[in-house]
Design a binder for this molecule. Structure first.
Ligand SMILES: [Zn+2]
Length: 95
């Protein structure tokens, strides 16, 4: 899993640093969730995980974007347009 290879990982709830050595999480757990077919991964430190297994202060972010002429929440788009949204590229126009 790519996320485990990253050096700096923080606890979702308290932002404490998660220590990972040789792909082994030393002071916490990795939680995996699925949201509309998308896999989401979060680290939690042992202290927070012992207190509660649920994510605290989690808020899903509603993203609006333009689709066929209207601004609509991306979550409500159909699967084809969601894929097109993922493939969109951001660029800056120099003035
Ligand atoms: Zn924590």
């Amino acid at each position: 899993m790519d996320i485990v290879k990253n050096v700096e990982q923080k606890c979702h709830d308290c932002q404490k640093k998660i220590v990972i050595e040789n792909k082994e999480i030393k002071n916490g757990v990795l939680l995996s969730y699925e949201n509309e077919g998308e896999k989401m991964l979060f680290f939690k430190c042992k202290d927070c995980f012992t207190k509660s297994r649920e994510l605290k202060n989690y808020q899903a972010c509603e993203v609006y974007s333009r689709v066929v002429g209207y601004l609509r929440p991306v979550q409500q788009w159909h699967i084809g347009k969601k894929q097109e949204f993922k493939e969109r590229e951001e660029f800056k126009i120099n003035s």
